[in-house]
Design a protein around this ligand. Structure first.
Ligand code: AMP
Ligand code: GLY
Length: 422
């Protein structure tokens, strides 16, 4: 079976390593993949947003199954285009990927169907947004409507900062058309939990919960990043909270998408905040999270490709999705300076005895050597019986990996450990 994976980061590397466990798989192509993924798949230089190129490659190479991992191609309709050519896919069609592609869509969906989320207002007119901010409660949260490389959310502690954020999105167009509309929403508090789920549009099966570490610096300081590390499971996500989320958020979301004629098939990511008033949705993503995937998939005991194909075929209810009761920790090693300016091209050495546990996000092959080629370079994941052991072991991996200007947080998992104490 020939499988194609669209994307080229740590998340895609984790998916590919897991797919490889299925004996039916004869060939995996990554579009575009990266220098590290090249050890596990055939990388093809076709960009993840090049929908025509992806479809042409898939048809010419008689691909049996395609997994579209990143948000951009999903929102651009990669799954629709592949399905038109008869290629079965894992991932939502564009009309369902909009749940991530437009914050206005997702907020309106939640309001219409009574799914708990922060109170909000939508603005298409900048002056109206600025006027609203004169009396809005502070802190407040400003969100660009469309995709913005994970940077479209500003938590404003003052009115001035809130107005500056609105101006940069709506007037200076820092996120292009994504800022044509903005959502201004209530600031919520509480621990955050990421819950990825499989859904075939009929049933929703949550995966093991996880905790991201979004800020660049130790103790959650510095700029927001794509994610500097993760642990799973998330200790705040108790069985009782899981039950509330299924009843008030997960199932209602699947039903709402169906009612709108936008059946969601694929991985639906629930970004949740456990507020004093119960769990609320902070954001939906129409895909696997990165680096959540790097801790969730190593804990999946069922065969990933079998589960994915069940999602495609609408047979998820009959398919076992089992997670181990161990703990996983992923520490992201980045280039110094990330998420702003950083240098790349440094030689990267990953000892072969640990390469199974390393998911490469930003690397290239130059003159036969693996070199750094991105902000987030890799994620090192260990699984253990307890969270402290998983954390210790993940940092043990980090100690064995070398490249110049490597930067990583030293406290991945510390927040989760504190939660366990209380
Ligand atoms: P996002 O890019 O949507 O994941 O948002 C980035 C981060 O901003 C989230 O992980 C939260 O920490 C924070 N955030 C987003 N919306 C809110 C909100 N309404 N209240 C408080 N924090 C928020
Ligand atoms: N780690 C957050 C995301 O994938 O959006």
């Amino acid at each position: 079976m020939k499988v194609l994976v669209v994307g080229g980061g740590g998340r895609e590397h984790a998916i590919i390593k897991k797919i490889k466990e299925n004996k039916e798989v004869s060939e995996i192509y990554a579009l575009p993949g990266n220098g590290g993924i090249a050890a596990d798949a055939t990388c093809v230089d076709i960009g993840a947003k090049d929908i025509d190129g992806i479809v042409k490659f898939a048809v010419e190479n008689k691909i049996d199954y395609a997994i579209v991992a990143p948000d951009d191609p999903l929102v651009l309709g990669a799954v629709d285009a592949l399905e038109e050519k008869g290629i079965p896919c894992f991932g939502p069609r564009a009309n369902a990927a909009i749940i991530e592609g437009s914050k206005v869509f997702s907020k309106d969906l939640m309001k219409k169907y009574g799914i708990p989320t922060a109170a909000y207002e939508v603005f298409t007119d900048m002056d109206a947004a600025l006027e609203y901010l004169d009396s809005a409660p502070i802190p407040t949260v400003i969100k660009a409507d469309g995709l913005a490389l994970g940077k479209g959310v500003v938590i404003a502690e003052t009115r001035e900062a809130a107005k500056d954020a609105v101006k940069s999105m709506m007037q200076d167009k820092v996120f292009g058309k994504s800022g044509d509309r903005v959502v201004i929403e209530e600031f919520l508090t509480g621990p955050e939990v990421s819950v990825l789920s499989f859904t075939d549009g009929n049933v929703v099966v949550p995966m093991i919960s996880s905790m991201d570490h979004k800020r660049a610096g130790d103790n959650d300081t510095g700029l927001n990043t794509g994610g500097m590390g993760t642990v799973a499971p998330n200790p705040y996500y108790t069985a009782e909270i899981a039950e509330i989320c299924m009843r008030t958020i997960f199932k209602p979301t699947i039903d709402a998408m169906n009612a709108e004629g936008r059946a969601f098939k694929g991985c639906l990511y629930f970004g949740l905040m456990l507020t004093p008033n119960g769990p609320k949705v902070i954001e939906y993503n129409c895909r696997f999270g990165d680096p959540e995937t790097q801790v969730v998939l190593p804990l999946l005991e069922s065969d990933l490709l079998t589960v994915m194909r069940a999602v495609t075929d609408g047979k998820l209810a009959e398919t076992e999705v089992k997670f181990s009761n161990k703990h996983a920790c992923c520490v992201v090693m980045a280039s110094k300076g990330y998420p702003t300016a950083y240098e790349k091209g440094f030689e990267l050495t990953i000892p072969t005895d640990i390469s199974d546990k390393v998911y490469v996000a930003g690397a290239a092959i130059k003159d036969g050597k693996l070199v750094t080629n991105g902000g987030r370079v890799l994620g090192a994941t260990e699984v253990a019986d307890t969270l402290p052991n998983a954390i210790k072991a993940a940092y043990g991996l980090v100690d064995k990996i070398h490249f110049e200007n490597a930067y990583y947080r030293h406290d991945i998992g510390a927040r989760a450990l504190k939660a366990k104490e209380c």
